[in-house]
Design a protein around this ligand. Structure first.
Ligand code: KIV
Length: 272
């Protein structure tokens, strides 16, 4: 991807690598629909992640496990339609890459072909090595995801910080190196100690993008609905809320209801 029809230069895997090399931080947010993606893209976000967190945020499920490949493709199509500059990365949902590398490749091809995505993201290290290899061989860029991997929530049993123990920290270091060597273009590090994230970021060539992984990763990602305060009752330490949209939208809605009930909306200038 180079220059598009307009003068806007698209963010690519090469852009992100160059950003790491010159020490410029990468800003990534989630998006699941056209309207939000348009706002975030025009604001200058570098990467939009069509995260499987759509399962929680958009569909109201307790975990990311239920969302399907068809549903992810629907969300991704809407985001891709809105975007002129950002790189659009799409999560491979649970069950679409773990069984074997052939299924993984077919799933990744559907995401690229039907959604027009620019890359896929999947969770795990050595366990999914063959799937990553095969997807990369087809020319599809892959973003890795280590640390807290929400698709494995029933194995972990909790959403607390990962890799505090040395054995798990060492596996994470090894997996990060493996993903780098395989040819992934970037790596999400979720909810791990800041010192470990720093060490990993300094020891691999590709950019790391942290969520709850401290200030030393090459970029940061948040779930947009958390960052804007649309979600309710979720206050982990790593989350900075830039707005309280839940309250603002509710106040506006109450005002609208009152205006309708009390015949203040529509007024004469708001009718034909
Ligand atoms: O699905 C998602 O939103 C994610 C981010 C938390 C990185 O994977």
């Amino acid at each position: 991807m180079s220059v598009t029809g307009s003068d806007i230069k698209r963010v690519t895997t090469h852009t992100l690598q160059a950003m790491k090399e010159r020490g410029e931080k990468i800003a990534m947010l989630t998006a699941y629909d056209f309207s939000m993606a348009r706002i975030l893209d025009e604001a200058g976000i570098d990467v939009l992640l069509v995260g499987d967190s759509a399962s929680n945020v958009m569909a109201g499920h307790e975990t990311t496990l239920p969302i399907t490949l068809d549903q992810m493709i629907y969300h991704a199509q809407s985001v891709v339609r809105a975007v002129h500059r950002a790189m659009v990365v799409v999560d491979m949902p649970f069950g679409t890459y773990q069984a074997n590398s052939e299924i993984a490749l077919k799933s990744a091809i559907r995401i690229m072909k039907e959604a027009g995505a620019h890359a896929v993201k999947l969770e795990g290290g050595a366990e999914v090595e063959e799937s990553i290899r095969r997807i990369l061989m087809a020319g599809i860029p892959v973003m890795g995801h280590l640390g807290l991997t929400p698709q494995s929530i029933y194995k972990f049993g909790t959403y607390t910080v990962r890799a505090r123990e040395e054995a798990e920290a060492q596996k994470l270091r090894d997996d990060a190196r493996l993903l780098d060597e395989l040819g992934c273009f970037a790596l999400v590090l979720e909810k791990i100690p800041a010192q470990l994230a720093k060490e990993v970021s300094e020891n691999i060539d590709i950019p790391t993008i942290g969520i709850g992984a401290g200030q030393h990763t090459d970029g940061q990602v948040l779930v947009t609905h958390d960052m804007l305060g649309i979600t309710k009752g979720f206050h982990p330490r790593f989350l900075r809320r830039y707005l309280e949209l839940f309250d603002l939208i509710q106040t506006a809605t109450r005002q609208y209801i009152q205006d309708v009930k009390e015949r203040r909306f529509p007024n004469e200038s708001e009718q034909y």
